[in-house]
Design a protein around this ligand. Structure first.
Ligand code: TXA
Ligand code: MG
Length: 321
């Protein structure tokens, strides 16, 4: 049998150049970022974008994030404003995505932006991703490298586990430093937080000098990623639990629980960033080991805890008890 893990390429210059070649041929590659792995393609090419939607089984109304290397490049495709500049100066490159108005002169594929007049943009911080963007002449459309509504991959092997042989080129950037998708802020009007992430609402408020609206309180869903069910690990997930169900596993942090066969303590010191960083990989591990459910302890709802809770709420949506 063919070893599908052979499609994983070490992060050296030769392979970054191979990645470039793939992108220029409108092939899709998987690439690391500091948040999660992305399925990347030439953002100017309808052909490449169609492949991304097909591979991910993503509904065509759900737009992709476009990854840029510089402000200069961004301006060709998006209209920037003061709030954007403030946040950009403080957090970029880094794990934050901005929804801006699309520049009417932009050449970004309308399929990538789902025919909207807005565009989600991000400046990734991962060394290898930056190297790749630097040698490319095009921005990269890159959603998380998972089948739609499933868990995002946080290492190269997870991408292969998700897509098997369908992805021919995975650039290996190691384990993602953050492990949760970027924070998303809509800056097309009054700033709105559309997705929590490791850059927190509190940090954004400080920079903008005002309180950002939280998207979930809005009546209208602005981002299809705000759909209720998402981040599904393949078995039921339960929040705010004190232990595992029968044949299930338990994910926790803090001093109370030791690591055992089915108890996964992700940070004995109670560091939520560490918990967040290992959450998806642990959920994948639990599913692989044959447990039939995942129970998770209560997570405080501030800082990165809000991002964790947002993901868990969606992962557990179908099994509310
Ligand atoms: O950390 C991340 O952001 C990763 C890495 C690979 O960069 N990417 C990622 O992409 O999480 P994706 O496609 O899995 O999530 C992007 C979210 C979706 O919920 C989508 O609906 C939203 O961004 N989005 C994209 N364009 C938008 C737009 N114009 N307005 C509102 N939401 C938008
Ligand atoms: Mg995603």
């Amino acid at each position: 049998m063919k070893n599908i893990y052979l499609n994983i390429y070490k992060p050296n210059y030769v392979n970054v150049k191979k990645a470039k070649k793939n992108i220029n041929n409108n092939n899709i590659i998987a690439m690391p970022t500091e948040t999660v792995y992305g399925l990347a393609g030439n953002a100017y090419s309808n052909k490449a974008i169609k492949k991304i939607f097909y591979l991910k089984k993503r509904p065509n109304f759900n737009p992709l994030i476009i990854h840029f290397k510089s402000l200069k490049d961004l301006k060709k495709d998006a209209i920037i404003n003061d709030s954007f500049l403030k946040l950009y100066k403080n957090f970029c490159p880094g794990p934050i995505t901005f929804v801006l108005n699309k520049n009417p002169k932009s050449n970004i594929s309308n399929l990538a932006t789902a025919n909207k007049n807005t565009i989600a943009v991000r400046f990734p911080k991962h060394k290898i991703t930056k190297k790749l963007l630097k040698i490319l002449n095009v921005p990269l459309a890159a959603p998380s490298a998972n089948i739609s509504s499933k868990l995002s991959p946080t290492c190269a092997a997870d991408v292969i586990d998700e897509f098997g042989d369908k992805i021919k080129f995975v650039l290996d950037g190691g384990v993602c430093k953050i492990g949760l998708e970027s924070t998303i802020v809509d800056l097309t009007g009054k700033p709105i937080l559309l997705r929590h992430g490791s850059i927190t609402a509190e940090e954004i408020n400080k920079v903008l000098n005002k309180k950002i609206k939280i998207g979930k309180k809005l009546k209208k869903i602005k981002s299809p990623g705000q759909l209720k069910s998402h981040y599904y690990p393949g078995i039921p997930v339960f929040m705010n639990k004190r232990g595992p169900l029968i044949n299930g596993a338990f994910i926790t942090f803090g001093k109370k629980n030791k690591n055992t066969k089915n108890i996964f303590n992700l940070s004995k010191k109670g560091i939520l960033k560490k918990f967040a960083n290992n959450l998806y990989s642990t959920m994948r591990k639990i599913k692989k080991r044959g447990y039939t459910s995942i129970s998770v302890r209560k997570i405080p709802d501030y800082g990165i805890g809000s991002a964790i809770n947002e993901r868990l709420k969606k992962a557990s949506y179908k099994w509310k008890m």
